[in-house]
Design a protein around this ligand. Structure first.
Ligand SMILES: CC(C)(COP(=O)(O)OP(=O)(O)OC[C@H]1O[C@@H](n2cnc3c(N)ncnc32)[C@H](O)[C@@H]1OP(=O)(O)O)[C@@H](O)C(=O)NCCC(=O)NCCS
Length: 93
């Protein structure tokens, strides 16, 4: 699930939420492949930055997102980690 930022003026910011793979199919490369596809799909929009939010207890997600170049940019009110990746989007000025 993804959507553009709506609460601030950052119109080129998108959020990816609820990224998950059924537990029966985890650790088979699906998450990594799906994330690559999802980032490509999101990047087709007027998008220069993609944010993801995850629990600080989630070391699997932390490592996965880090390997895709996501870097921490904040902490949510509930303590969850916000990471961001900048994307090159040829469709934006
Ligand atoms: C995070 C998640 C989407 C990864 O999906 P996946 O299909 O297992 O991912 P992959 O098989 O492509 O593995 C990605 C990397 O995570 C590692 N990994 C996956 N599950 C792991 C586990 N339980 N323990 C340790 N490492 C794990 C893999 O070894 C792989 O590392 P590598 O690329 O360095 O070899 C999946 O674990 C998940 O759905 N978790 C529950 C929901 C969630 O936490 N979503 C993210 C929060 S927004």
């Amino acid at each position: 699930m993804y959507c553009p930022e709506i609460e601030t003026e950052e119109k080129d910011l998108y959020w990816l939420f609820r990224f998950m793979v059924d537990v029966k199919y985890q650790k088979q490369g699906i998450g990594r492949a799906a994330l690559e596809l999802a980032l490509g799909e999101i990047s087709k929009n007027n998008c220069r930055k993609i944010n993801i939010i995850y629990s600080p207890k989630n070391s699997v997600a932390a490592k996965l997102y880090e390997t895709f170049g996501f870097q921490q940019v904040g902490i949510a009110e509930d303590g969850d980690i916000i990471v961001q990746k900048r994307v090159n989007n040829m469709t934006t000025a």
